[in-house]
Each structure stands twice: as C-alpha cells, then as structure tokens.
Design a binder for this molecule. Structure first.
Ligand code: SF4
Length: 266
C-alpha cells in the first residue's frame, strides 16, 4: 500500500522575518541560524548558493502606501479606548493607558502573548492592541525613533508598513474582526517626546492580498540573495558575528539602522 503523501507545513514566518527579508533576504537566512544556535538547536541549512549574485534591493514587492496617513504630535486616544493586549516580552513600551483602561485579554497574559495565524503560517507579537470605543481592534507598534527627521528620506519607512500589515492580519485572525488600520507610534525617546508622531497604515483587501503574495514570494525564494549596503550591513546581527561574506560595511551596533534613518543626512 502506498504511504499517504506528506504535506509540508509552510515555512513559519513572523512580521519581523518579513521586515528582515525586505532589507536583505540573506540576513533572514543567517539570522535564523544565529537564533537556532542561541536556543541550543541545530541551525537550518542556509539556502543561499555560493555563486549567488548580490542584489541592489530586496526582491520583496513593496506594500501599498497610497492611503498611509502620517501625523505629527501625540497619538489621539479617546476615553473609550482600552488596552486589551501588551507584549509582555517588551520592557520599554510607552504607558498610554491609565490602569482603569487596561483590560488585558486573559488569553495573552502569563507569558503567552504570541498571536498565531495557522492558515497563513505566521505568528508574532504586536507591541500593543487597542480596542477602540466602537469595538474595533487596532495593533500598535512602538518605535523609539525621531519620526519626521529622516522619515521621508527613508521612503516612509516601508519596513514599518510591512510589519503593521502583517500584525493587522494576526489581529484579524485572533480577534475575529478586521482592523481598519495598524498604528506605528514614533516616541522620540531621545528628544523627550517633542518630535513624536504616528502613522496610520490602512488594512483592507489590497493590503491582505499583498501580504499573501509576499508570503508566497518569500517561501518560494530558494536563493535568499544578499543586499549589501551600508544601511543594511551596519546594523546586521549576523554581520556582527562575522557570518556574512558579502557585507558592504562593518557592523556598527544595533542602533545603526535607526541612526542612519533618523539623523539629518543619515
Ligand atoms: S551583512 Fe549585509 S549583505 Fe550580509 S546578511 Fe547582513 S545585511 Fe545582508
């Protein structure tokens, strides 16, 4: 009798993996090996062939950005908005809600904060999820960077858009309602909050379609080519470990990418 065909599970991906791939597909390969070793697992084989041709830009299709709203100043919250989820693996999240407006969903407390979408094979943890007064759920990602200095030079920080769309899908799956948008809050921690800002990234049919397409694109990519560039390599963890033979710059520290985007001329 023939054995039933084996159905392989799709490659597990996180919003953070998509952001990494959006910078440099080879970094995604190397970072996986690093993280596997860090938890005592055998690193998966690196797909990138030795004769790979480095790319100037990641092959990932850019996310839709036409309706992204960029706002200066403090994030608008109303008295009806509630905090229903907080990533308990993050230490430096902003305190946006007084205690009486914190109603954490018990499914995601006590160290269980990962949202899982089994259909698309993705999982991840937004920083916060807000339940708005009208019952809609909205994920929020917090970045400690200066927003508007360097925002447009960084082409609207497309990688934050990538992350927000993937997190909207996770919230849709777990809470059963499609978020109208995801938020990215730039806290300007270094500037004392004077240059805070936030971006509202819509989540509709176009964004969901884009997400499905790029998940397939990443999974089908058998090459995972390097994208050597100072903006990428200076903050690349595997580069810090001397793992990349294509690096275009020395590793400068984990804040290199933020600094390169947030300082004038960076
Ligand atoms: S050092 Fe540069 S080219 Fe190499 S994996 Fe990191 S970002 Fe990619």
């Amino acid at each position: 009798m023939l054995a039933p065909p084996t159905v392989l599970a799709p490659e597990h991906l996180t919003p953070h993996d998509l952001v990494t791939y959006f910078r440099c597909p080879h970094e995604l390969e190397l970072a996986r090996g690093l993280h596997a070793r860090a938890v005592g697992k055998i690193p998966p084989p690196v797909r990138t062939p030795l004769d790979v041709v480095p790319l100037r830009h990641s092959p990932m299709f850019s996310p839709p950005t036409v309706h992204v709203l960029v706002n200066e100043g403090r994030l608008d919250l109303t008295d009806q908005d509630l905090l229903v989820y907080e990533d308990n693996g993050e230490d430096d999240l902003p305190v946006l809600f007084p205690p009486e407006r914190v109603r954490l969903d018990p499914r995601f407390t006590n160290g269980h904060s990962t949202l899982v979408d089994a259909e698309l094979g993705i999982a991840g943890r937004p920083d916060l999820i807000i339940r708005q007064g009208d019952g809609r759920f909205v994920p929020l990602e917090y970045k400690e960077t200066h927003l508007f200095v360097g925002y447009h030079e960084a082409h609207g920080r497309l990688f934050d858009t990538v992350q927000a769309i993937a997190e909207c899908r996770l919230v849709h799956t777990v809470f059963g309602q499609r978020p109208p948008y995801g938020l990215v809050l730039y806290g300007d921690a270094r500037g004392g909050g004077e240059r805070e800002g936030w971006v509202q990234i819509p989540y509709g049919d176009a964004e969901e379609r884009w997400l499905k397409v790029v998940l397939a694109q990443v999974r089908e990519d058998r090459v995972r080519a390097p994208v050597p560039a100072e903006r990428n390599c200076g903050g690349c963890e595997p580069n810090a470990e001397g793992l990349c033979r294509y690096a275009a710059a020395r590793y400068e520290g984990p804040h290199h990418r933020l600094a390169a985007l947030s300082l004038p001329g960076g």
